[in-house]
Design a protein around this ligand. Structure first.
Ligand code: HEC
Length: 115
């Protein structure tokens, strides 16, 4: 009787392992889907990371943040500031990929009027 118990236990462990394999293969299929969504959404990044200081419309100027509606900086200069930070502005190179930084830099050019 004890032997059957052991076999059942071993089988149980096997099934448990088989079961835990399934979610991991599922998650790999999710990561297989993400390269299809290549488009990085600069607006989404802006809304989640930048509006605390710059505001939704780029003109909030909290903590000395520059009014992005007035900014004349080129894309490369914006990428540089977003990557490495400047004074009060925190660097984002640890948080965002190069691609994401470029997307949000482009967003600050596209979304806010230059006067
Ligand atoms: C902690 C507050 C803070 C956050 C969060 C923040 N910024 Fe800034 N940002 C600043 C400050 C302050 C400056 C002005 C730096 C200086 O020149 O002294 C600035 C300047 C800039 C500039 C340069 C504007 C110019 O004309 O000089 C850009 C572009 C910019 N921020 C984009 C972003 C983007 C994109 C994000 C989100 C990824 C972001 N910032 C998040 C505070 C912030």
């Amino acid at each position: 009787m004890k032997k059957y118990y052991l076999i059942a236990l071993v089988l149980g462990i096997f099934f448990a392992c088989g079961g835990s394999d399934k979610p991991s293969s599922k998650s790999s299929s999710v990561s297989n889907n993400s390269p299809a969504k290549k488009e990085v959404d600069g607006k989404k990044i802006w809304k989640s990371l930048c509006i605390a200081c710059h505001g939704l419309y780029g003109d909030m100027e909290v903590n000395g943040a520059k009014n992005l509606n007035l900014s004349t900086l080129a894309l490369e200069e914006r990428i540089e500031i977003i990557t490495n930070g400047k004074n009060v502005m925190t660097p984002f190179k640890g948080t965002l990929s190069e691609e994401e930084i470029k997307a949000v830099a482009q967003y600050t050019i596209d979304a806010f009027k230059k006067k």
